[in-house]
Structures are given as structure tokens and as C-alpha cells.
Design a protein around this ligand. Structure first.
Ligand code: ACO
Length: 402
């Protein structure tokens, strides 16, 4: 119980909303989300239409600049990004120092933070809109190169340098799965799947990592530092890390004989810390529209690639059983975007530890758009209040007498 008298501090009453479950921290024109009805729109465009008809780079443009680009605007945007895909060779020395088995998210957040050190012009206060834009383009371009480096390192393979003739997603797949010597041919179904996954992850209003990006940026910290902080927030298994956790959970269920009811019972047991990974969402209380799209994409892609993944059957069984269970129904717990995304990533050839990094690659335009909006609106520094519940007054004692 909360002592109401404690809600008052010197400046008046403070709203206590632990976890910000019902606190609006900003006004935003980027993403609309209706959790009750399962609606998600970027800049007014339904996610279903964007996932079906757009590309990741077009969606990035939409999120960051507010409008769908004309053909010329898109061509310029793509051209500028392709000019910046190379990463400073000295960054590579730094990258080479990571142990080969270090987690990809730890590498990603450090490397993106390090980009600030390699781009000192980005630290200047009062950058013009054009200068900010230059950093935005660089970040989008270099992120895909860095993500592919991290993958190559996990295999002990040499990195593959970008080829600017490719579009963004193909270039990313080339640097990730291609070899230096061969002419890389990527299946259109793989490019489509990757575009879809990146689009579905591109923004999700004021979630944990996005709020982190905005709050770090509100201190006037540079773009790279703000995004690096967002990547760290995304890493947690209750947020972006859930996509890795889902596959690990499905694998465990498979190895355990595939008895989904047993695992559902475990998730319901309040004495057991286990939760059904990929189930539940802070704002979606009916269904996650991204999960619907991704479930269908998952079926299509596995079929087109001719893959039969037992884990997909377990996922479907788990979903079917959980959705009939009063525990999940009463608490409005449905599969979220990451329940099926890992199965597609796996089918495309990504190891489990890379999944959250791929989420970050997709979320990047959203983080940038939110950071830019916060700057353009001249929002004040983010600084929540608290209700102090600690000791009132104590006298310091020498260590020998404690
Ligand atoms: N399995 C079992 N029980 C669950 C689950 C789950 N996955 N999720 C929530 N619950 C239960 C809680 O135990 C709680 O039960 P209670 O009322 O009996 O105490 C109730 O449902 C409400 O849960 P909260 O944790 O209060 O809900 P909140 O909105 O704070 O959390 C969250 C949302 C973090 C996503 C949660 O559902 C969860 O941990 N899910 C699993 C992890 C996951 O998939 N995260 C990805 C989120 S999507 C994304 O970031 C891209």
C-alpha cells in the first residue's frame, strides 16, 4: 500500500506510475498504436500495407522524414546511404579485440557508441538540420556493415566489404552470407522476408528502448550515444532479447519431448519464474498485428525455402493451447511479434544470438525518427521524479564502530 502523504514532495504532488504503465512522456506524430484493437500505423499508414508493399529503406524514409518519398527522393536517400557503408578501418582494430564468442548485442552497442568517437563532428552542439541528416545517413549505412561484421566474426570468417551496386537489404545479406570472391546471388524470397521483418520492427512508439533513446538524447547527447543506449535497452529478454529467448524455449520444449501443456503449466505456476517467451505485451491486449503478419510470412517462407522446422509445429501447438487456457485469456496474453520472427531468422540462416541484433537493425529508423522528433520539438531533459521511501535521518558512524 502506498502512503498517500509520501506522494508529496517540496514542489507538490508527484504521480507514481512505476513502469510508466499509464504515463504519456511526449506528443509524437510518428507511430499510432491501439492496443485494444490491435492497430499499428507508421505516419498514418497501416503496418499491413507497408509490410506487404513497401521496402525497409522506404519505410525508414517515411518514419524519419514523415512522408513517403518520391522516386527521386528515394533514389537520393539510397544513393547517400550506399556512399557511407564503409566503416573506418580503425574501428575494425577495436572490433577485432572482442572475444569471438562475445554476445553480438554487447558488440553492437559498443561499436555504435564508438562511432561517436570516429565522428567527432557529431558532438558539436547546435548542428544544422543538414549536419544532423549527414549523421543519420551514416548511421543507417554503417549499422548494416557492423551487423554483418558481427555475424562473420561469430564464424571466425573474414569480413566482407559492402558493394554499393546492391540495394540496402541485398547488400546486408551479401556482406552477411556472401564471400569476398564469389558473385553473390540472393533469393528474392529471402530479400522479401528480410524487408518484411525489418519493416515490422521499424518503430513501436514509446517502448523501453525508444524511451531510452529519447531520454538519453534529451540531455543533448549525440545521436550515436543515444542509439547505443537504445541497443542496450533492447538487449533485455523482456524486450528485444525475447526473440532469442523464444527459440531457446522452443528448442528446450522440443528436446523435452514436445509436451506443450507441461510448459504452459510451468508458465502459469507463480512459484516458477518461467514465462512463455513471446507471449504478452504491455500495450497489445487483443492481438499483436505484427504477429499476425509474421505468422503468415513464416508459413510462406518455410514453404518456399522447402524447410520443415519441427520448432514451428511446437510454436503453433503452444499458441493454440495457450489461447484456450483461461490463465492466458484472462490476462490477455497473446503471441507478440517475436513469437514467430526467430523461426524466420533461423530459416534464413542466422544463429540465435544474432536475432536481437537483427531487431536492432530494424528498429534503427524508429529510434532515429524519435530522437529527431524529440530534438525538433525542443523537449526538456527527461527527468522522472520519485517517492522516497528510505531512511529519514541517520548519523554517520566510523567504520570501526559499525
Ligand atoms: N507467461 C506467463 N505469464 C505471463 C506472461 C508470460 N509470457 N506475461 C505476463 N504474464 C502474467 C504475469 O505473471 C502477470 O500475472 P499476475 O497478474 O497473475 O501477476 C500478468 O500476466 C501481467 O503481466 P505483467 O508482467 O504485469 O505485464 P507487463 O505489461 O508488465 O509485461 C511483458 C509485458 C514484459 C511483455 C510480459 O508479458 C512478458 O514478460 N512476456 C514475455 C517476454 C516477451 O515476450 N517479451 C517481448 C515483448 S514484445 C517486444 O519487446 C518486442
Amino acid at each position: 500500500a502506498i502512503d498517500i502523504s509520501k506522494l508529496r514532495d517540496q514542489s507538490g504532488y508527484v504521480t507514481l506510475d512505476i513502469g510508466y504503465k499509464n504515463t504519456g512522456a511526449t506528443k509524437s506524430a510518428i507511430t499510432f498504436l491501439d492496443g485494444e484493437q490491435g492497430i499499428l500505423k507508421y505516419r498514418g499508414y497501416p503496418i499491413e500495407q507497408l509490410a506487404e508493399r513497401s521496402t525497409f529503406i522506404e519505410v525508414a524514409y517515411l518514419l524519419i522524414y514523415g512522408e513517403l518519398p518520391t522516386q527521386q527522393q528515394l533514389a537520393d536517400f539510397e544513393y547517400k546511404i550506399s556512399r557511407h557503408t564503409l566503416v573506418h578501418e580503425d574501428m575494425k582494430k577495436f572490433f577485432d579485440g572482442f572475444p569471438s564468442k562475445s554476445h553480438p548485442m554487447g558488440q553492437l552497442s559498443s561499436l555504435i557508441g564508438a562511432l561517436a568517437a570516429f565522428n567527432p563532428q557529431s558532438l558539436k552542439q547546435g548542428l544544422t538540420a543538414e549536419e544532423v541528416n549527414e549523421e543519420i545517413i551514416k548511421l543507417i549505412a554503417k549499422m548494416s556493415t557492423i551487423v554483418s561484421w558481427i555475424y562473420k566474426k561469430s564464424l571466425g570468417h573474414p569480413v566482407v566489404y559492402p558493394q554499393n551496386k546492391h540495394d540496402y537489404v541485398t547488400n546486408f545479406l551479401y556482406m552477411t552470407f556472401g564471400e569476398r570472391t564469389e558473385e553473390y546471388k540472393v533469393e528474392p524470397v529471402v530479400v522479401d522476408a528480410m524487408n518484411k521483418l525489418l519493416i515490422l520492427h521499424a518503430d513501436h512508439e514509446q517502448n523501453c528502448s525508444t524511451s531510452t533513446v529519447r531520454i538519453v538524447g534529451s540531455s543533448d547527447a549525440n545521436l550515436y550515444a543515444s542509439i547505443s543506449a537504445g541497443i542496450s535497452a533492447l538487449w533485455g529478454p523482456l524486450h528485444g532479447g525475447a526473440n532469442q529467448a523464444v527459440i531457446e524455449m522452443l528448442e528446450r520444449i522440443k528436446e523435452d519431448g514436445g509436451d506443450t501443456d507441461k510448459w504452459i503449466a510451468k508458465a502459469k505456476d507463480k512459484n516458477d519464474p518461467f514465462r512463455l517467451m513471446g507471449f504478452g505485451h504491455r500495450v497489445y491486449k487483443n492481438f499483436d498485428p505484427r504477429a499476425k503478419i509474421i505468422k503468415k510470412a513464416c508459413d510462406d517462407i518455410l514453404e518456399q525455402l522447402g524447410i520443415n522446422d519441427e520448432v514451428l509445429d511446437i510454436a503453433k501447438k503452444l499458441e493454440e493451447h495457450a489461447l484456450k487456457d483461461p490463465y492466458f485469456v484472462e490476462r490477455k496474453l497473446y503471441p507478440n511479434v517475436d513469437f514467430y520472427s526467430g523461426i524466420i531468422y533461423r530459416a534464413l540462416g542466422f544463429p540465435t544470438e544474432m536475432f536481437t541484433v537483427l531487431f536492432a537493425l530494424g528498429r534503427l529508423p524508429g529510434w532515429i525518427a524519435q530522437w529527431k522528433e524529440m530534438k525538433e520539438n525542443h523537449e526538456p531533459i527527461g527527468r522522472p521524479r520519485q517517492i522516497y521511501v528510505g531512511h529519514e535521518n541517520r548519523d554517520y558512524q566510523d567504520i570501526a564502530s559499525r
